[in-house]
Design a protein around this ligand. Structure first.
Ligand code: TXA
Ligand code: MG
Length: 353
């Protein structure tokens, strides 16, 4: 990063003008660190926070200026709204215009946890949080440090994944340090994220609930609670109702090709196409023995794949390959969400074998 001395105590990035600070990693198990981070949020600044899905970049959700810093640091397009994180169900009421009929059933079953619910917003939420939409995304994380921070701060915390826009989400404090170190003062280290991919986003603001982003809470689980659920694949949801889904995501430096088919066939395809310039993400039980292979769980272990995927993408990126192949799991259960992230990382480069 090109830097210049700004004053005796601060430096700025020449290109973005963002002040460069020393970033400190704090142990989330210590109450004094939770208090320090809550104070930082109260003062209008940002803190990276652990959640069970991925690390988030948190700010006071009711303060437009704090929220604007999130967009600046991530380089996030202004039309991509943020998720508001809360620590108890009673906090929802002031944030929404009305509570949809299905809300209580979903909150009872999945909160705290990796399910984000989209509802009509109330006027207390600044427009930049929702990117001007009339709906707001709300989630109650289950990670104890996230809950403790939100409670100690005493209000809702807006937090996208703590990566620069377009890059893989961070699942370890070290990923955050690598991605946005120097741009924020503190990273609250709550260990590796257990789920490893972002929450399921479910829109309950309309007649039929719609999954806008697949995640740990699966289509089958939601269907069993709700009876009827739409997915982006079921036809009716034409334009991407979740603005974030239209952008390229999780992109490694080298172009990634998603290899779709049975584990046997995709492994065979990768074997035939691996040359000195290639690297690959493969299932443990089908991996080639080659130093340019990074594994991310067994072919039928979707939980392991989810928790490994983003770290594996970062690892494979470091190999300096000019092409990356990735085996794609079967689109069932949590495999749907893992496949979704790999396909997003691929942009439009797929092969069906
Ligand atoms: O697991 C997660 O959800 C993580 C952790 C930190 O909580 N957060 C996260 O945030 O993944 P982010 O900003 O990376 O993704 C939020 C997604 C985006 O696709 C965004 O477009 C969508 O949620 N979203 C937010 N508000 C929305 C709204 N009002 N309507 C439709 N989609 C919305
Ligand atoms: Mg994100």
């Amino acid at each position: 990063m090109e830097i210049e001395k700004h004053s005796s105590s601060s430096k700025r990035d020449k290109r973005t003008g963002i002040v460069i600070v020393d970033t400190i990693i704090l142990d989330a198990r210590e109450q004094k660190n939770i208090e320090l981070c809550a104070d930082v949020i109260k003062s209008g600044d940002l803190v990276a926070i652990p959640t069970e899905t991925v690390y988030g970049l948190g700010a006071n959700a009711l303060d437009e200026k704090s929220v604007a810093k999130i967009f600046e640091i991530k380089g996030r397009p202004e039309d991509n709204p943020l998720i508001v994180h809360i620590a108890s169900i009673d906090e929802v009421k002031p944030l929404v215009k009305n509570i949809p009929g299905v809300f209580q059933r979903l909150a009872d079953k999945y909160w705290p946890g990796p399910l984000t619910l989209i509802m009509k917003k109330s006027s207390i939420i600044p427009d930049n949080v929702t990117a001007g939409l009339d709906t707001v995304a709300i989630r109650m994380p289950v990670h104890p440090a996230a809950l403790a921070l939100i409670r100690t701060f005493g209000g809702p915390v807006a937090a996208p994944s703590a990566n620069p826009s377009g890059k893989p989400s961070p699942t370890k404090a070290s990923h955050v340090l690598n991605d946005i170190g120097g741009k924020i003062r503190y990273i609250l280290d709550g260990g590796d994220c257990e789920v490893g991919i972002e929450s399921t986003v479910l829109d309950i603001s309309g007649e039929t609930p719609k999954i806008l982003r697949p995640g740990r809470v699966t289509y089958d689980e939601l269907k069993s609670v709700l009876g009827k659920v739409e997915t982006p694949g079921t036809g009716e949801v034409e334009k991407p109702a979740s603005p974030g889904m239209k952008y390229r995501h999780y992109a490694p430096k080298a172009p990634l090709t998603a290899v779709i088919g049975s584990p046997e066939k995709t492994a065979k395809y990768i074997k035939e196409n691996m040359d000195y310039d290639a690297a690959a993400l493969m299932f443990d039980d089908h991996a080639l023995s080659n130093p340019k292979i990074v594994t991310f769980g067994n072919s039928d272990d979707y939980s392991a794949q989810a928790s490994r995927l983003f770290d594996a993408l970062r690892e494979v990126d470091k190999m300096g390959a000019s092409v990356i192949y990735a085996q794609v799991p079967k689109e069932e259960g949590l495999g749907t969400a893992v496949a979704n992230r790999i396909k997003k990382a691929a942009g439009s480069s797929f092969v069906n074998v």
